[in-house]
Structures are given as C-alpha cells and as structure tokens.
Design a protein. Structure first.
Length: 294
C-alpha cells in the first residue's frame, strides 16, 4: 500500500462504546464507507441501519479496510482485540486512552507486525464529536506519513493536532491536559463548598463569576510556559510567591471558619511554602514545577 492508493473514504472502526459510536456516526454522515466491529454485537445494529457494514470478527473488520481505527477501553483491551489480526500493510490509528510508555510500546508492536501507527488522545466528549464549532479535537503522534495520508478522514469527527513522530506525545499531552482539568475541578469543588453553608449564597449566582474568573486566569499558562522556557521565574510576575503564601493563610482560615476541609488546597500551598523557604520569594509559581520532578 502507498499513499497514492490510500482509499480515503473507507475505514474500519473497532469499538462502539459511547465515543466509538459518536465517531462512527460522524464518518457515516460524511459519506465514508465504514466497517464496524464491537465485542457486544447489539451495539452495531443501529449503525448498520445508518449504512455501516458490521463485521462478525475482528479479522473480518481489519481485512475490510486499509485504515483501522481502534477506540477501546484501555491498552490491554486493544492488545487483546488485535492479537490475532493481520496488520501487514495496514494503517492503525489507536484512540484508546493509555500512558505515554504504553503508546510507545504499542507503536513498536504495530510496526513489528507491518503497520504504520498513530496514537490519539481525544479531547472531547461524545456529544461534541462531529459537531462543527464544538471545540473538540484529537491529539495525534506517531507516523507523519500516516497522519498526512488520512488527515482528511481523521478531521471529520473533530479537529486534529499533530504533535510529532514520538508516538508517546499524544498520550502525554492528553494526560497533562486532563491533569490540569482535574486541578480545576478541585478548585471549583472547594469554591462551592465555601458557599455551601450559607443559606443566602446561591450556587447559580456564583457560577458565572467563577467561570469568568477562571477564564480570565487561563493566560497564566502562557506566563508559566515562558518562564520555564527561559529559566527566569521572576519575569512578568505580579503576585510573587512571598505575597501568595501570605495570602494563602486567609484561604485556609476561611475554609476552617466555613467548616470546609482544606485537603484540596494544602498540597499546593505546602509546595509554595517549601519553595519560599528555599529563598525564591520573588518568583511566581513556576518553580513549583521543579519541585514536582522526582
């Protein structure tokens, strides 16, 4: 198979959970010739009515198309499903959530069986798949030639962001983004908890203020990135570490007074205090990144 013979309208999808089904519907709506397989065959029935070809076995599904997309629960599931499939000459795009190390190992495994490989990290919920303007996208890393060959097909369900030839980067960026999201969720939970004991404090009235404030704070990421790149952690700092550590005492005291646990705040505040104690009071929070490296 070469890029010149790549059939951009035909593909196979393995896995029809909520995300896989959303992907399938997006490709079908765009007129792609889609073969699907799922461990539980009943999930494929509605897609058959929408034009998909349903394969009985994985081998049959893989044989049907040069491009094979995998969207399964985890890396072990992908390995199990593809264990007996003939991947010679195939292009394998794996959207299964995994660690960077697993992605690199899976790439070597696929290439050893004669396939080009792309790993992908989906940064969208199923409801955003196939919806123009939803903001959803998929991170890809691995074979550049494969990405270039099937970019149009991959762009149908969501935007595409290519991160380079290292197959572990999509998983790395995926986990990094989700980790930041988890931290934001923790902050939101703590904020609402502070209001929870006040009968006249309305969560619905507070929510727009919280959302707008978090949006205004988002450019902080660019400032930290610039500081990490050039090594000057004091550049552009408006609230230095000494000031923030002092202010954190008010955050903790207010939580205690409101009957709210400080367990979501104290890990980060402890790191800030440690960095300050080491003599970096003029910095912002970029130095905390270095403390986290083991």
């Amino acid at each position: 198979m070469t890029d010149n013979t790549f059939d951009k309208s035909r593909l196979t999808l393995l896995g029809l959970g909520a995300m896989g089904t959303a992907l399938a519907r997006a490709w079908l709506a765009a007129g792609h010739r889609l073969t699907v397989w799922n461990r539980t065959p009943d999930r494929a029935v509605p897609l058959a009515a929408e034009g998909a070809t349903v394969a009985v076995t994985v081998a049959e599904a893989v044989a049907a198309s040069d491009l094979v997309v995998v969207c399964l629960l985890d890396d072990a599931s992908a390995e199990e499903v593809l264990a007996e499939a003939d991947l010679t000459g195939k292009d394998l795009v794996d959207l299964t959530t995994r660690t960077p190390a697993q992605a690199r190992a899976r790439a070597g495994w696929a290439e050893g069986r004669g396939a080009r490989f792309l790993d992908g990290g989906i940064m969208a919920i199923p409801a955003a798949i196939g919806v123009p303007g939803s903001g959803g996208y998929v991170l890809y890393s691995g074979s550049r030639s494969l990405f270039d060959a099937c970019r149009g097909t991959l762009a149908v369900p969501a935007g595409t962001v290519y991160l380079g030839e290292d197959p572990g980067f999509a998983a790395l960026y995926d986990v990094a983004l989700l980790s930041a999201m988890t931290g934001m969720f923790a902050g939101v939970a703590h904020a609402f908890a502070l209001l929870r004991g006040e009968k006249d404090a309305s969560p619905k009235e507070f929510a727009p203020l919280l959302a707008d404030f978090l949006t205004a704070m988002a450019p902080y990421a660019h400032r930290v990135a610039d500081q990490l790149e050039d090594g000057d952690y004091t550049r552009g700092v408006t609230s230095n570490l000494a000031m923030m550590v002092r202010g954190n005492a008010t955050l903790l005291e207010t939580a205690e007074a409101q009957g709210v646990s400080t367990e979501l705040l104290t890990p980060f505040t402890a790191l800030m205090e440690r960095r300050l104690a080491e003599g970096y009071g003029a910095e912002g929070t970029a130095g905390v990144v270095d403390l986290l490296l083991r």
